[in-house]
Design a protein around this ligand. Structure first.
Ligand code: HEM
Length: 425
């Protein structure tokens, strides 16, 4: 299938050059590393890191041999900001929580949310109609996803607090990444100013959610499910904060990246608009969402460790190795996807769809830790795009290129501005 070597060790010299090349070039560096082989060892001092982009290896780590590969140290750091929710918990605690929350996020439970999502997207459209200046799709779409999440989790309107919520989650997320990547965890000895900011952000986020939990509507909401199950206030807050943090920018950024691609390519935008209005409108929307999450998997990768080591065919992973399962790298492999750097929703339509390498497409992960919000996110993406694309012609306000930067989510290398021009009739 592939002429990529099975294993390579990344050159120290190249790594050094990459490390000084700057924060915004992280994706190019990650692709340069992962393009060397299916399994690439990155020679960092004191750590043995392996980057994986082959579907069989990723399947082993996340599914068939998952007991050998627990979540990495990054999740311990994340727990200090998000609490012990589904993303960071393990063992019996995780199993009980996943069982409790699964029905609330199943496909069947998600379908009836369509009118609620539609009415929130409609509010966005109404505001856009009154604008004569360009808008920031990342801010717009994450405000939408925070609002939709507020309704689903807490039964209330959090749109006016969206900026505070986004800022708090972002501050905590950045500090978690900083700590996870630092060679020395200074916070263990000194509470740095960045750590104090993150702790304040964590407290304010919990206060906003707690307030909404107490005062939100009595409609069907996830917080009620947690309370009725006998979870303590602290446990419920950990779970709600986790769901917000895991769901708002992953979905909001995916929406924004899709709007960017449509604005960048007016021909594609017209094709998609005509397709959405046609008889197969739902399939065209589904293909657009799938291509968005192939091209921009907003969780670009996940970390695991290998405490006991593992032997795979011709590759040996040493005990204590850290693994980076790089979804973005796999989705952009030329031996798996035809013309991978082309944003081309049609690859997910008709007969072309049949020849796609299904195991190589995992934007929501795989195995038991697969995203619990995948139906919810897919529905929100389809409803939002299905409402906005027929009503607005999108144009870039500034043609300079913009690159995805990998972090906990996939963010833009600079701020983006688009015009959303209403389509009459
Ligand atoms: C396009 C949007 C989304 C993407 C690309 C995405 C991606 C992912 C991925 C790749 C994982 C697996 C992480 C791992 O194995 O370490 C994951 C887990 C998770 N996601 Fe999502 N997600 C999205 C939206 C959402 C939404 C809307 C929610 C909440 C409603 C959510 C909640 C979670 C939770 C709680 C987990 C942890 C599940 C567990 O370990 O049991 N995600 N997500």
């Amino acid at each position: 299938m592939s002429d990529r070597p099975r294993y390579a060790r990344y050159s120290r010299w190249r790594l050094l050059r990459a490390l000084v090349s700057g924060w915004n070039r992280r994706m190019q560096v990650a692709l340069d590393i992962s393009g060397q082989a299916d399994v690439v060892e990155v020679p960092l001092p004191g750590k043995r890191i392996f980057v994986l982009t082959h579907p069989d290896d990723i399947r082993r780590v996340l599914l068939t041999e998952r007991e050998k590969f627990p979540k990495s140290y990054d999740y311990d750091v994340l727990r200090q900001y998000m609490g012990d929710g589904l993303v960071t918990s393990a063992g019996e605690r995780w199993e009980a929580d996943r069982k409790l929350l699964h029905p609330a996020f199943s496909n069947a439970a998600t379908q009836p949310l369509r009118p609620m999502i539609e009415s929130e997207v409609q509010r966005v459209g109404e505001r856009w109609r009154g604008l004569d200046t360009p808008l920031d799709p990342f801010a717009e779409m994450t405000t939408l996803t925070i609002t939709v999440m507020g309704r689903r989790l807490l039964g209330c309107d959090l749109s006016r607090r969206a900026d505070e919520i986004r800022h708090a989650i972002d501050t905590c997320g950045k500090q978690a990444v900083r700590r996870a990547q630092a060679p020395v965890d200074w916070v263990r000895w000194f509470r740095t100013p960045a750590e104090r900011r993150a702790q304040r952000a964590r407290a304010s986020l919990r206060a906003i959610i707690d307030d909404a939990r107490r005062n939100g509507g009595a409609s069907e909401r996830v917080s009620t499910l947690l309370e009725e199950s006998g979870r303590s206030t602290e446990e419920s807050l950990d779970q709600l904060v986790t769901l917000f943090a895991a769901g708002y920018d992953t979905t909001g950024n995916a929406l924004a990246w899709c709007l960017y691609e449509l604005a960048k390519n007016p021909g594609l935008q017209e094709r998609v608009r005509a397709g959405v209005a046609g008889e197969s409108g739902d399939e065209v929307l589904a293909a657009l969402v799938q291509e968005t999450l192939r091209f921009y998997p907003t969780v670009p990768g996940v970390g695991r460790v290998c405490p006991e080591g593992a032997e795979w065919d011709d590759v040996a992973l040493p005990a204590g190795a850290t693994l980076f399962v790089f979804f973005y790298g796999m989705h952009h492999r030329p031996d798996l996807f035809v013309d991978p750097e082309r944003f081309w929703p049609e690859r997910f339509l008709g007969v072309r769809r049949e020849s796609l390498p299904r195991r190589a497409y995992v934007p929501f992960g795989a195995g038991p830790r697969i995203c619990i919000g995948s139906h919810f996110a897919t529905q929100e993406l389809q409803v939002a795009l299905g409402h906005l694309i027929p009503r607005f012609r999108l144009e870039l306000a500034d043609p300079a290129p913009i690159r995805p930067v990998p972090g906990i989510s996939l963010t833009p290398s600079r701020s983006l501005r688009l015009y959303a021009r209403p389509i009459e009739g």
